[in-house]
Design a protein around this ligand. Structure first.
Ligand SMILES: Cc1cc2nc3c(=O)[nH]c(=O)nc-3n(C[C@H](O)[C@H](O)[C@H](O)COP(=O)(O)O)c2cc1C
Length: 580
């Protein structure tokens, strides 16, 4: 059931009367307002307006195009050793490796067709397959690709770059000097930026869409981090940058280049990719003159129009503004993460037949399960290994991209794991939070580690029971949450980080959840099953189940994995034809 227009108007005028100037209050209000309740879904249109359906592909018409060659044979490292910490061979930066970087992160992965309809899928998932996330590359000269530094937009439909601006060498040097704590940025480094077109997602999901854009950004961040790792490169988030610097850097603040205000891109994040296996400590050291030079340089291309008409969602604009990130000083001093890198010690099952599969194959075969078979089971060794890959200290391959302490923990509904009794469990991604969570959660929980659970896996059984029905009901009655091997609610420490760091941190909590989701998608594929992200869930009933009474913790994302049921009516076609 959707909220009626009358109800919504009443709420809007009530909000308008007391319009809170404090961005933190706006974020809390937005979060509250976009919860799904048993009796009322978050505000969205009653029916989809197909006439205004946005085009899933942004391109810059008139910008010079650089076609990327499709990689031939898959030479990526094997998945399991790669995630067990085995260093990947260092690849040189050139047109082919830039192509591979995108091919294994944000490119198309297939086309699907059914009854005359055809739609594309991508390496990164997206709520409703709407793909609000756009990606930009900012790089020095790249052998076989460009003789000048430049700013490029990645266009996945054709697996090509569009050159938005060419830069002077001095611009590139000025922008990147000072990024590195420990000296110069190594040669062969480049920058990657992500942005979101909120309209793509709000077209379908209305006000809750801002949350989904942030999940998708987290998935994309994980995807680019992992793809960089395949090349023997490291991708590190530049956490200190302000949104306005980022918008200037990638030209999304150039009003005249965007035909519609509603289709403008919001800045999300900037990361630096460096060659070699050692993690770098980076910071944003903006050179405002260099940024102005870039902004005033010669930009090429105009963004395509995605929809003929638009529905406005003022609360999306409000929360986006409230979450705008200022420049921040990063808190790397005293951060132990970079010196403490260690990989999970959980042994692989010897019988695992997939140990020799290329990571690239797993990454490109990732799909969402449309339904779960309600039968497939996994062993406890597999279960524990999947969970260990979501822990920042045991999976630096992914999580060393960021330096913030883990805020998201997994509330698990275990359905079909041999040797682990069905029930409600908690995986703590930051052990320091155990006492706080014990005091906040239901007094009835037993907090027992399962027998044989590896010592370094902070997994606790809270309550033994068949949780299939409750998992399904809480995930908007979707049976994918009950028919798999397990599903989960990602419970994020919520109020304190927002109060301490600022409202912009709201976005980051969803990114963290999205990164975990991306890892779970890949783990499912690697273990021969399949996963699905679940953005639709009833927020407060989930909190009630765990005994969480206030907004200290909030559930931000659900996830499921299990034996998939294929829809045999769907035909699968290649992502790219040879004659692009
Ligand atoms: C943030 C997010 C939320 C999602 N929510 C749901 C959901 O509630 N139900 C569902 O069936 N699929 C959900 N999905 C799966 C998407 O529909 C799926 O990613 C999209 O259709 C693209 O298909 P692919 O994952 O196979 O590439 C979600 C995916 C993401 C990334």
């Amino acid at each position: 059931m959707m909220i009626t227009k009358k109800e919504s108007a009443k709420y809007d005028s009530a909000v308008a009367e007391t319009d809170p100037p404090d961005p933190l209050v706006t974020v809390f209000d937005y979060h509250e307002r976009t919860k799904h309740h048993f009796h009322r879904f978050a505000n969205a249109l009653d029916a989809l307006d197909w006439a205004s359906q946005p085009c899933p592909f942004r391109c810059y018409q008139g910008a010079p195009e650089i076609l990327l060659p499709l990689p031939g044979q898959d030479t990526t490292p094997n998945y399991e050793p790669f995630f067990a910490g085995q260093p990947a061979a260092l690849q040189p930066l050139n047109r082919s490796t830039i192509s591979a970087f995108f091919y294994y992160s944000l490119a198309l992965s297939a086309w699907k067709s059914c009854f005359g309809n055809r739609w594309s899928l991508r390496v990164n998932p997206s709520s409703g397959n709407l793909h609000p996330t756009e990606c930009y590359l900012i790089a020095d000269t790249i052998p076989e690709l460009s003789e000048q530094p430049g700013i490029y937009h990645y266009f996945p439909l054709r697996h090509q770059l569009e050159c938005r601006a060419s830069l002077e060498q001095s611009n590139w040097r000025a922008i990147t000097s000072g990024l590195c704590y420990d000296g110069q940025l190594p040669k062969g480094s480049f920058l990657v930026a992500l942005t979101s077109i909120h309209w793509r997602e709000s077209w379908k999901y209305g006000e809750r869409a801002f949350r989904y854009c942030q999940h998708d950004c987290g998935h994309a961040l994980a995807a680019v981090r992992i793809a960089a790792g395949l090349m023997g490169w490291q991708l590190t988030l530049i956490e200190g940058i302000s949104d306005s610097d980022l918008a200037r850097l990638v030209g999304i603040d150039r009003n005249d280049d965007f035909p519609s205000r509603q289709e403008r891109e919001a800045p999300d994040l900037l990361a630096v990719v460096t060659p070699g296996n050692s993690e770098l400590r980076v910071r944003w050291a903006p050179n405002q003159i260099a940024l102005s030079d870039v902004a005033n340089g010669r930009w090429q291309g105009k963004a395509n129009l995605l929809s003929k008409s638009h529905h406005s969602w003022p609360w999306i604009d409000k929360v986006a503004l409230a979450c705008y990130k200022p420049e921040t000083i990063d808190l790397l001093e005293g951060c132990s993460q970079l010196s403490d890198l260690s990989y999970a010690k959980i042994p692989l099952e010897k019988s695992n037949p997939r140990v020799n599969i290329n990571a690239g194959k797993i990454i490109r075969q990732r799909r969402s399960a449309l339904d779960m078979d309600g039968e497939t089971r996994i062993s406890k060794a597999t279960f524990y290994q999947i969970l260990s890959r979501t822990l920042p200290e045991q999976n630096p391959r992914l999580f060393a991209a960021t330096t913030w302490p883990a805020c998201v923990h997994l509330g698990l509904f275990v359905h079909r794991v041999d040797g682990v009794s069905p029930g409600l469990y908690l995986l703590l991604r930051d052990l320091a939070k155990v006492e706080q969570l014990q005091s906040l959660m239901s007094m009835d929980f037993i907090w027992q580690k399962p027998l044989d659970c590896p010592e370094n896996l902070p997994l606790y059984c809270l309550h033994s029971a068949d949780t299939q029905e409750v998992a399904k009901i809480l995930s908007c009655h979707q049976s994918i949450a009950s028919g798999g091997v397990f599903s989960c609610a990602m419970l994020a420490e919520f109020e304190q980080p927002l109060r301490q760091l600022g409202p912009w941190c709201y976005r980051r909590l969803f990114w963290e959840a999205g990164m975990i989701g991306q890892m779970l998608y890949l783990e499912a594929e690697a273990k021969g099953i399949r996963a699905t992200g679940i953005g639709c869930f009833f927020d407060d009933p989930v909190h009630q189940l765990f005994g969480l009474k206030d907004r200290t913790y909030q559930s931000l994302y659900h996830f499921t994995m299990g034996g998939p049921v294929e829809d045999m009516r769907l035909e699968t076609l290649a992502a790219y034809s040879a004659a692009r």
